[in-house]
Design a protein around this ligand. Sequence first.
Ligand code: NAP
Length: 286
Amino acid sequence: MKVEIPNIKLNNDVEMPVIGLGTWQLTGKTCERAVRDAILLGYTHIDTADFYGNHKEIAKAIHGTDRKKLFITTKVWYDNLKYDNVLSSCKRALEELETNYIDLYLIHWPNKSIHFKETFEALKKLYDEGKVRAIGVSNFTVGHLEEAKRVCSIPISVNQVEFHPYLNQKELLSYCKKNGIVVTAYSPLSRGKVNDDKTIIDVAKKYNKTPGQTTLRWMIDKNIIVIPKASSFEHLKENLNVFDFKLKKEDAALIDGLNKNSRMINPDFAEFFLSIGYNIKKVFKK
Ligand SMILES: NC(=O)c1ccc[n+]([C@@H]2O[C@H](COP(=O)([O-])OP(=O)(O)OC[C@H]3O[C@@H](n4cnc5c(N)ncnc54)[C@H](OP(=O)(O)O)[C@@H]3O)[C@@H](O)[C@H]2O)c1
């Protein structure tokens, strides 16, 4: 039986499913199969990016599914943030995904050499033309968001950031909540590390759930959207099975206590490479 996935209403009234399939490092036939399996299981939300190079595989996998029932997020890469480049990146994404609109279009990373103003002007044009239903950002700090708010004339609906028990982004989450921005957690399973965590294993046992399910629920209970990546059918199925329980306050507090401000995907590291002109695509594809 297909799982019914709840939505979160964004600040422009667009409804976004609380769980989506992350597709970074899913390519070729594996990507196609995983996305097809995900849809069979009831996933309605797919997270991709120009950088992931898998738009075409996703298009093949969603072929035949009612487009209105899907929520597709994609992202414009950091070196395409100039006005014309945003428009051409979006045009290419629409062609590759074989769709007339993107549900949520994000700035993948801030780029300190291109001012947000021109990027947001291009995003506004896409939004006004109906090519994107909502816009947002990724890897933005509170400082970036403050600047973005100053120059962007349409609602910034989402900030997608690294978020898991070891990086619980308290200050950023509170800022986003106050400003009506929904947080999407990337690498929500800490790229698999939560499976070996003694505290999470112990909490999970109380609910007869796995550490991964418990971790995803911990975030959903905070009104955070989660986009775990999974390639096997079993993992895809397991990650969706998180809507029949809720963590007690004391158990959520145990997971809150695991924070170490420990980042696996480090924006400073990225900025370092950007500043010396290093090819970041190569770094991430390793
Ligand atoms: N905006 C950004 O800059 C940014 C950066 C990073 C990630 N993201 C997005 O966030 C998504 C998720 O993050 P992520 O891929 O870094 O890491 P993740 O979702 O935290 O972890 C993925 C890893 O966990 C494994 N896994 C999944 N379900 C499992 C389960 N039920 N039991 C045991 N292991 C399980 C996967 O294995 P299998 O594949 O073998 O199933 C994979 O190795 C990405 O795919 C991407 O869409 C965005």
